[in-house]
Every structure is written in C-alpha cells, then in structure tokens.
Design a protein around this ligand. Structure first.
Ligand code: GLU
Length: 306
C-alpha cells in the first residue's frame, strides 16, 4: 500500500515538474520569496493573552494538512516536504505571525479531534465550513469554494449521481461531508469509507470501486495522475473551505479571516490558485472575497445532509 502511494506521488511530481518547466519559472524575475506564493509584509503584533501571542512566544504554529491530496496537501517525495494550496495558505499565515509552520497530517476524520485535544493549532485540510462543525470548532471566513463531484474510469456507465444505484460502489473518506451526501443522494449504492483519498484513488484504479466522490479539486488531483479518469454529472454540493481553530478561539478566527482577506487583496491567493489549480484546469482565479462565514452556512446547509 505504502509503495503504491509513493509511486503515484512520484508520478504526480513528475507531471507537476513538467508543467512547471513548460510554464517557465517566475522566480527568476528577481522575486526572492519562498514557495508560498507571496509573503505578508509586516509581522503581526498579537494582543497579549491570545493564541497568536502564544504561537509567537513558541516560535511555531502546528498546522494539520492532508498529506495525500494533491494539489491541496501532499508529500513531495524528493524534498520530503508537504506542498499544495493549503500548505501555502499555512505558510502565509505563519509568515504573518513571524513563526515557523509545523505541518502535521490531518485526515478528514481527525481534523476536529486534533483541534479539540491541541494536537494541531490550525487545520487547513480541505475542510468545509458547516454549521455542525462550527458547533465544535471555530472557522475563518471561506478561503476557497469547491464543489462535490463524482469520478469514474473511462467507459464507465455511471454518468452522474443517479447512476449510483443498487450494485454500484462509491468510495469517500470517513469524516468527510460526503458520508452524509452519498447516504442521502445515493442511498442504494455501497459506500466504501476509507481514511485517506489516496486509498479511494487506488481502489478506483484497481477496479475495487466504481466511483469516487469528493471535492472537485481533490478529484482533479487524481485526474492529473491518471487522465483516463473523468469527472461526471452535475455538482452535488458547494463546499466552502475554512481555516479551523479550537472552539472559543474567536480572536484567532478573526485573525485568520483578516489574513485570508489579505491574501485576496495582495495577489497571493491568485498566485496560489494559478500554481495549484488554474494551470491544470485552465480556469481563472476567483477568490471568494464576497463570501462571509454566514454565507458559508447557506452554501452548505446542514438541515438534511450533516
Ligand atoms: N471538503 C469536504 C470535507 O471537509 C471533503 C474533503 C475532505 O474530506 O477533506 O469533508
């Protein structure tokens, strides 16, 4: 399992390297910034007694990200570092604080427990803001809006959620919003729940499941690695991502919302989008600068599906 995972990550890195080479290297233009897609200008002065002051005192902030979800959070086998859109947003936040980011793996199912028990200070792990989750932790304003989709192999008879009926199987991650979405929208399909999306990818490739369902950006990462896979059907859900902090850390949530907004305003978000999403999808950056946290609750209503 581990060996396979390594292989597909290596394959992905090769594709990314080729695309980067084809697009030229922006950093030769004299920009000495790191890979975060930009740097915040001034170190933030944290009010005393806030989580931000604590992180500054420690000199580091622990950030839970995915390790197997290109292009949002994945391990680069050459450097051993984690990379991706969520990682860059984490770097940007740490940079504003003037501290070192320490990235740890947070799968879908342990994101909230990690904040509750202090394993992570922040979660940046493709996490949708929902009212149910917001009852357990606090969120920043939305920094990205994904959509729920279905991924199938070439030649599949499944053309959308309506085809996930009796006798079909679909994979998603335990603890993701898709546990409820698929139970609700494809009640007759067999639901294969796994810890990480790389497992869904392997199960789809070896024919053990008929489809994978999760956010479009995660599925796009799988298509980059295997172009015979395809996204089908209409979007199932709208998934606004927020940065998570422990429940009651309101000042930290406000700081994070402000930092996310800075990334919209100073062009960093657009650079991150182009590097991790736009160059693969050909779509223009559209940061969710109009969306508030309250709007996010409307985008992913919890009445029936949480
Ligand atoms: N965005 C969805 C969620 O937070 C699915 C992606 C994931 O499992 O990380 O549940």
């Amino acid at each position: 399992m581990r060996g396979n995972k390594r292989l597909w990550i290596i394959a992905l890195m090769m594709v990314l390297a080729l695309v980067a080479a084809a697009c030229g290297d922006d950093e030769e233009d004299g920009d000495t910034g790191d890979d975060t897609g930009g740097e915040t200008e001034e170190t933030y002065e944290a009010p005393e007694g806030t989580p931000m002051a604590e992180w500054q005192e420690e000199g580091s902030v622990t950030i839970g990200v995915k390790f197997d979800v290109p292009p949002f959070g994945f391990e680069n086998p050459q450097s051993g570092e984690v990379e991706g859109f969520d990682v860059d947003m984490g770097n940007y936040i740490a940079d504003r604080l003037g501290v070192e980011p320490e990235f740890i793996e947070a799968i879908s199912d342990n994101r909230i427990p990690f904040l509750e028990d202090g394993t992570a200070d922040l979660i940046l792990s493709t996490m949708t803001i929902t009212t149910d989750r917001d009852a357990e932790i606090d969120f920043s304003r939305p920094y990205y809006v994904a959509q729920g989709r279905i991924l199938v192999p070439e030649g599949s008879d499944i053309a959308g959620i309506e085809d996930l009926g009796q006798g079909t199987s679909v994979c998603t991650a335990i603890g993701s919003t898709y546990e409820a979405t698929l139970t609700d929208q494809a009640p007759d399909a067999q639901l294969d729940l796994v810890d990480g999306y790389s497992e869904c990818f392997e199960l789809l490739q070896n024919g053990s499941v008929d489809a994978v369902s999760t956010d479009d950006v995660i599925l796009t990462g799988m298509v980059i690695q295997d172009e015979s896979l395809q996204l089908v059907g209409d979007p199932l859900t709208t998934e606004p991502y927020g940065v998570g902090v422990a429940e009651g850390e309101t000042e930290a949530a406000d700081f994070l919302s402000e930092t996310v907004e800075m990334s919209f305003d100073d062009g960093t978000w657009d650079e991150m989008y182009e590097e991790w999403v736009g160059q693969h999808t050909g779509e223009d950056p559209q940061h969710p600068s109009e969306l508030t946290l309250e709007d996010a609750y409307e985008l992913f209503p919890c009445d029936e599906t949480c």
